[in-house]
Design a protein around this ligand. Sequence first.
Ligand code: SF4
Ligand code: SF4
Length: 528
Amino acid sequence: MSARKTVKDTTSVCPECLAAIPASVVVKQEKIYLSKTCAQHGSFEDLYWSSKDLYDRASSYATRGAEPASRQTDSKNGCPRDCGLCPNHKNLTILAVMDITNLCNAKCPTCFASSDKKKEYVYEPSIEQIRLMLDSMAGDIHAMQLTGGEPTLRPDLHQIIYEAKLRDINHIELNTNGIVFASSRGTQLTKSLEGMFGDETLKKGLSTVYLKFNGFSPATWEATTGDPDWGNIPLRAVENIKKGYSDKRRSPGIMLVPTLINGLNTYEIGDIIRYAMRESYVIRGVNFQPVSFAGSMSTRDLERMRYTLSDLFMDVEEQTKGDIKAEDFFPISCVSPFAETVWYWKGRGMPSFACHPHCGSMTALFIHDDDFVPVSRYVDMDKFFVLLQKAATCFMEGKNTRGKINVIRALTGIKRKGIGPLLPLVKDVAGDVDNWTALGRLLLHMVFIGGMHFMDRYNFDLERVQMCPIHQILPDGSRVPFCTYQTIHRPFLERKFSVSVDEATKNRSAQQRIMPSLAPEMRIPPGV
Ligand code: SF4
Ligand code: SF4
């Protein structure tokens, strides 16, 4: 047996019975594994990060979470059975996830919501329930994702977005398989989402179309959607959204969301990034998601298909021929000093943006013509983060002048050489740190490449999930950390708030089940 060393002890779950069991994160042959033993079902080991060096580097950026605004449950049965949020949870809600239907027009075998399985019940909160759910979020949540199932199947989608905007949820994402956007109604749907607050205002309805985009080959389509003829759905969706797009500031941007399965579509990573760059007029980023496994897997299948964040960073480097390097990626929580600065200075956004450093990482690329360069080539990122953290602390203590000086020092640390035509935009931001329009303009020249590895029953790590800021919102107002919901609670909680298919059919006429007609009366009147 090869030498192994324990990196940390944590708690996981047994992949067979889902009981909470002790686990160790261990290093073996420069790779990181999660290892655990269930008294009833034996020992399990799963590859956690394929590079110890990249794991250690991510660990060095660990930050703390922030106190949630409210807790909805007591500590009774122990984590992860007390969700949530229970008094032990260590972070607030940054992104609220709301399933608005469990019905879907596709049957992807990799679906979190098991939309490939025949439905015995329908989970589809009514608009009245959704209003109550939104009320429970109002005040402390500013970003949400509408998902399912397939959320475009809801005839009242515009109404749901409108109700969320009424409660100051500024950033709204729509997580879609793209079928409706790829259809003949796709452009009209985009226009209606763009124009729902009227043409004269810059107020946005939908912020982001979170578009399933697993690659370009038929083998990828078949394995990830179950449909070898999935074909050009995502490409057509992007084209239709582009046609409906009239103003970058008001139109919903696109985030491509590829699910990555080791050896299946991982060779397409470079092509997906290059496609995003070509379409950067509408595509704001790519959020790669290494596959998380639902249900039980054989050890052999797990070893064959497991893909980790460090694999992603190394494949990005290889497939972009070093244009983006593994070290250009930083844990998502590195955004925290920026979020804190904005929050304490302007009272906008959110006071924290932390998640566990092993959950996700990202890099930002400056785009110019057909070329892109990671921001980290122009900035000493470590120094940048330290200066912004200092700025945040100054603003928090009311020392605004010192805060602004630290922001200017951070921005003027950007190397000018090579940044070319983007220099005036950077100068605008650095020259007038009160000018938020300039920052907005600069962001439109950037594309974000990131990865988040959602957990499953094999790599479940309670240390990570207790820090989770992505929370599923349920009809009783409870907030359940996303990976806990997917791994443990979904079957029970979804069933609890569902109705029978017959009842759902009675609740909604057959006509309503199809895509919204986008009739004028569905539009939100201008000026609201
Ligand atoms: S994941 Fe968070 S909310 Fe759920 S039981 Fe654990 S600490 Fe509590
Ligand atoms: S959803 Fe999962 S992977 Fe993402 S931050 Fe939460 S615990 Fe981490």
